[in-house]
Design a protein around this ligand. Sequence first.
Ligand SMILES: *[C@@H]1O[C@H](CO)[C@@H](O)[C@H](O)[C@H]1NC(C)=O
Ligand SMILES: *[C@@H]1O[C@H](CO)[C@@H](O)[C@H](O)[C@H]1NC(C)=O
Ligand SMILES: *[C@@H]1O[C@H](CO)[C@@H](O)[C@H](O)[C@H]1NC(C)=O
Ligand SMILES: *[C@@H]1O[C@H](CO)[C@@H](O)[C@H](O)[C@H]1NC(C)=O
Length: 394
Amino acid sequence: MYYDDGSKLGGHFLAEFGGGHHLNPKHTSYSFCNSLLKAVLLFAMITLTGLVFFRAPESPFQLPRSIYSSLHFSSSSVYNSRSCSSADSVSKISEKLWLKQVLERSAMPNRTVIITTLNEAWIEQDSIFDLFLESFTIGNQTNPLLRHLVIIALDPKAFDRCSALQLNCYFLGTEGVNFSNEAHFMTPDYLKMMWRRVDFLRSVLELGYNFVFTDADVMWLRNPFLHFFTDDTDFQIACDHFGGNPDDLNNAPNGGFNYVKSNNRTIEFYKFWYKSREVFPGKHDQEVLNNIKHNPYLKQIGMKIKFLDTAFFGGFCQPSKDLNLVTTMHANCCAGLNNKIHDLTILLEDWQEYLSLPDYIREERPPSWSVPQKCGPASFGSHSPRKKNFGGRR
Ligand SMILES: *[C@@H]1O[C@H](CO)[C@@H](O)[C@H](O)[C@H]1NC(C)=O
Ligand SMILES: *[C@@H]1O[C@H](CO)[C@@H](O)[C@H](O)[C@H]1NC(C)=O
Ligand SMILES: *[C@@H]1O[C@H](CO)[C@@H](O)[C@H](O)[C@H]1NC(C)=O
Ligand SMILES: *[C@@H]1O[C@H](CO)[C@@H](O)[C@H](O)[C@H]1NC(C)=O
């Protein structure tokens, strides 16, 4: 319980923390080492403030401030010495602890979390992330799911934004990559980030947590748990194109939305998937998945894969036309962040209009989407100002 209070305090302090000269990317030549340190120190603060709450609830601000300043001091000395190696090994351990704590705090009783990744390009005002959160608010009974959402921030600004919103946040750094930047589709940085994600999700499975992974350009309109397969399926994934049979490996999966149960098979599968990047150099995780889904090794380890029907888990590639069924809508088959924002904004307006209709009209003559307009298979590929498309599936 007090972890929750701690995290709020942590968020509060982060604002100060981010404003400090030593750790603000604006004021220093911010490095990977530095951002890692920031994350680790934040974790320490969250833990410590939690303890403080536990011991001295009447004066929660006194002690944390002194802890804050001592951490501030030590971080700046480490920074100045520019030696990252000892901080690295400390941070590896702390990172793991932090991840465990975030997952524990966020999970449903059956150890299931919802995970998304976030970077600077997706948090700007009126951006994808705002639409994503709004969808949970206006979706049918999706609001309570926000408590189980874990935001994986890929740069300090995304982390600050997440903390300010008092969501469950985790910082994931990747050596040698500046994830703040617009990462254009299929550039080396984009690929690194996609593969880092596969590797990270494997570690979540290893910690014993089931997860729904969702790109932030997936709108949550209904509770997807009501429409997942509840049999012994290990890995279920949304599709760009669904052919009608959930067991057919020829369905075209989209890595932007999947539900994975933690067990030995899925852990092995994620390792295999990650390793397969070496066999298919220059390909992103979704392309590689499309290749390895036929691999006999998956049968050998007993992996059970199912593909989700686009009638429920739709996207602009193959929109779910029946608003009485739609559960999630993904801005796939869409080039350019502005086009995504344009069409998703309209999509949420369509949804609200649908909700405002009388029951009998919703049941008998449900309307359909007025999107895609700027997205969709027709537009896709013809004009492509490939801007800020970081993390987005197309
Ligand atoms: C919302 O969910 C409730 C409970 O599952 C259901 O009764 C209601 O019909 C749903 N409304 C819409 C618009 O889907
Ligand atoms: C990373 O990118 C951001 C945004 O473009 C920039 O402000 C920052 O200086 C970059 N950091 C490094 C280490 O290049
Ligand atoms: C976990 O709990 C949620 C909410 O009760 C449920 O919908 C989901 O099916 C459960 N997942 C597993 C793996 O049991
Ligand atoms: C994996 O298998 C081992 C031994 O068969 C078992 O002890 C362990 O609990 C399994 N782990 C998971 C995550 O299912």
